[in-house]
Design a protein around this ligand. Structure first.
Ligand code: BG6
Length: 524
C-alpha cells in the first residue's frame, strides 16, 4: 500500500474506539476500511480495540461476521487475511438504545474488558456516526456514565460527524450541549474533505512555493471558482436530503473548507490553533449577504428528468422518500466577497449540485489579463488568461495554463497546460479519506477538525440565505435537467460579470478545436 501520511512527531496512542451507529453505512464503507488501511500501514496502535454500539440485534460474534462480509465489498484494496483476523480479534459489539442508561453501563463494562484484553491504557475514542439528533443525548449519557472523564494519563475524545446543526441557532445550541460534558479540546468535528490529500496540499502548495504566494492576491487574481459537482442524485438519502438541501449539505462545511484553505493568510506554524485561527479569519471576513444580494448572488436549482451518469434519471421529485412537490434545492451557486486586504474586490464563485454533467471537485484560480499592447499589430485578437486549477477529485492534481505561441510563421497564441498528476508522481492512493483524520484524533492533533467558532462563523454566512429562502420559497423547480451543468441562472451569475465557469473537458476540446482552426485558417 502506498500511503502518504505526513510524518508527525506524535504517534497515535493506544485506545478503545467506540462507534455509535456501528451497523450503519459509514462504518462499513469508510471507518472499518480506513482502520484496516492504517493497520496495513503500521500506523494504527497495536494496543487497540473497537466496540460497536447500535440498536441492531448483533452479538460481538455476529457483528464480526457481518463486517467480514462487508469488508471485501468496501475496502479499496483486498485486506490481507492475517491482518483481518488480527483486526477481528479486537472487535466487540454492544446492543442498546442511545437513551438507555443500562445500555451505557453495559458499554462501560465492554470498554473495560476490551481495554484490559488489548492493553488500551484507558484511552477512549467515541465516534458519533449517528443522526445529529443523537449527538447531544449520547454525549450526555457518556458524561453521566463517567466515560468522558480525563486525567493526565488517560484521554477521552469524541468525533462528531456532520451535519453540525441545520442553521446558526442549532449549531450554537449543539456547541452548548457538547460543552456541558466535554471541553473543546475533547471535541473533534470531522469534515471528510479535510482528509482528502489534495485539500491538505492546497496549504503546502501555497506556502512552500515562493513563485505562488506572491501572486495569490487581488493584484493578480481576477476571481476564484470552487466547484463540487456530483453525477449521482440523492441515491437512498431522500429522507435526509429533503430536510437538508444542497446548501446545508455541502456549503458551510465542505465548500467552506476549500474556500478557507484557498483564501487563508499564511500561518506561522502548523500548530492546530494557528492554522484554524487563519481559517476562521477568512470566514469572518466574508461579507454577509443582504436580503437583496441573496436574490442576485445566489442561485438554487433542482434536477428534473434527464440522463445522468449514463442512465435515465426521473428527476429529484421521483426519488424515494422525496415529496412529489418538493422545493428542496439539489444545486446551489453563489458569489461571495472576502473583504480583507488580500481579497477585496475578488469574487469567489462557489457551486455544488447533484445529477450534474460530470463528477468533479476543483478550485480554479483565474488570473488577471496581461496588457494587450504588445499584440496590437499582430493577428492575435484575444489574450487568454492564466488559470491554475487544483483538481481534488476524481483525479488529484494541479494544472496551470500558460499562453504559448503556436508553431508557425504567423503570430498565433494557444493555451498550453502544465500538469501535475498526483498518481503519476506518488502512485495511486487507496485511501478512504478517513485514515489521516482518525490517526490525527488518536494522536491528539485537531488541526484538520473544526473548532466551535469556525462552525458558527460558517453558519453565520449561511443564515441570511436560509432566511430569505425560507421567506421566498423556490418557484419553477425543477429547473435543470439531470445530467446538465445546472440551471441557466448559474451561468448568468458569472456571465453578468463577464466571466464563465471553468469546464475541464469542454475547455480542452474547445482549445484543441481552436488551435486546429487557427492552423487551417491562419486566424487567431
Ligand atoms: C457528504 C454529503 O457530506 O459529502 C453528500 O452529505 C455528498 O451529499 C458527499 O455526496 C460528497 O463527498 P465526496 O467525498 O464524494 O465529494
Amino acid at each position: 500500500m502506498n500511503s502518504h501520511h505526513p510524518e508527525t512527531s506524535v504517534a497515535a496512542s493506544p485506545c478503545v474506539m467506540v462507534i455509535f451507529g456501528a451497523s450503519g453505512d459509514l462504518t462499513k464503507r469508510k471507518l472499518i476500511p480506513a482502520l484496516c488501511n492504517l493497520a496495513a500501514d503500521n500506523v494504527l496502535p497495536k494496543q487497540f480495540a473497537i466496540v460497536g454500539f447500535a440498536t441492531n440485534d448483533y452479538t460481538s460474534e455476529s457483528f464480526r461476521q457481518k463486517l467480514s462480509e462487508d469488508i471485501p465489498k468496501y475496502a479499496p484494496l483486498p485486506v490481507d487475511p492475517q491482518l483481518w483476523s488480527w483486526f477481528l480479534e479486537r472487535i466487540y459489539y454492544v446492543k442498546g438504545d442511545f437513551a438507555d442508561a443500562e445500555a451505557f453501563k453495559r458499554l462501560q463494562q465492554q470498554i473495560a474488558t476490551a481495554d484490559k484484553e488489548h492493553d488500551c491504557q484507558g484511552n477512549k475514542l467515541f465516534y458519533l456516526a449517528v443522526a445529529p439528533r443523537f449527538f447531544g443525548p449520547i454525549t450526555k449519557m457518556l458524561g453521566d456514565t463517567g466515560l468522558l472523564t480525563e486525567d493526565p494519563t488517560h484521554w477521552a475524545r469524541v468525533i462528531v460527524e456532520k451535519p453540525f446543526g441545520h442553521d446558526l441557532a442549532s449549531a450554537i445550541q449543539l456547541n452548548k450541549d457538547l460543552s456541558q460534558v466535554l471541553t473543546e479540546k475533547q471535541i473533534y468535528r470531522i469534515d471528510h474533505y479535510l482528509g482528502k490529500e489534495t485539500v491538505q496540499n492546497v496549504m503546502v502548495f501555497r506556502f512552500s512555493n515562493n513563485i505562488i504566494e506572491p501572486l495569490w492576491n487581488r493584484h493578480y487574481v481576477d476571481h476564484v471558482q470552487i466547484t463540487a459537482a456530483e453525477t449521482v442524485g440523492v441515491e437512498h438519502r431522500g429522507g435526509f436530503y429533503e430536510t437538508a438541501g444542497a446548501l446545508r449539505d455541502m456549503v458551510p462545511n465542505h465548500l467552506f473548507q476549500l474556500l478557507t484553505m484557498t483564501a487563508m493568510e499564511p500561518p506561522i506554524s502548523f500548530d492546530a490553533d494557528e492554522v484554524r485561527n487563519k481559517q476562521a479569519e477568512v470566514l469572518h471576513a466574508i461579507q454577509p449577504l443582504e436580503a437583496e444580494e441573496v436574490l442576485t448572488n445566489m442561485v438554487r436549482g433542482q434536477y428534473g428528468p434527464g440522463m445522468a451518469d449514463g442512465a435515465r434519471d426521473a428527476g429529484y421529485r421521483a426519488e424515494p422518500d422525496v415529496s412529489p412537490n418538493s422545493n428542496t434545492e439539489t444545486f446551489v451557486a453563489l458569489k461571495l466577497q472576502i473583504d480583507n486586504w488580500r481579497w477585496a474586490g475578488v469574487p469567489f464563485y462557489l457551486r455544488t449540485g447533484k445529477a450534474l454533467a460530470q463528477r468533479t471537485t476543483e478550485i480554479v484560480i483565474q488570473f488577471r489579463r496581461t496588457p494587450f499592447v504588445l499584440f496590437r499589430n499582430t493577428t492575435v485578437k484575444n489574450l487568454e488568461t492564466n488559470r491554475l486549477v487544483i483538481h481534488i477529485q476524481p483525479d488529484e492534481g494541479i494544472s496551470l495554463s500558460l499562453g504559448a505561441k503556436v508553431p508557425g510563421a504567423l503570430m498565433k497564441l494557444g493555451l498550453v497546460n502544465m500538469d501535475f498528476d498526483y498518481k503519476t508522481y506518488f502512485g495511486a492512493e487507496h485511501n478512504t479519506g478517513y485514515e489521516r483524520l482518525l490517526r490525527d484524533c488518536m494522536a491528539g492533533d485537531p488541526t484538520l477538525f473544526q473548532r466551535s467558532d469556525m462552525v458558527e462563523a460558517g453558519w453565520s454566512v449561511i443564515q441570511p440565505i436560509l432566511d430569505v429562502w425560507h421567506a421566498l420559497p423556490a418557484r419553477g423547480f425543477p429547473n435543470y435537467a439531470a445530467g446538465s451543468w445546472g440551471p441557466a441562472e448559474a451561468e448568468d451569475l458569472l456571465a453578468r460579470d463577464g466571466r464563465a465557469w471553468h469546464r475541464t473537458d469542454q475547455d480542452l476540446m474547445e482549445q484543441r478545436n481552436r488551435i486546429a482552426l487557427m492552423d487551417k485558417t491562419g486566424v487567431t
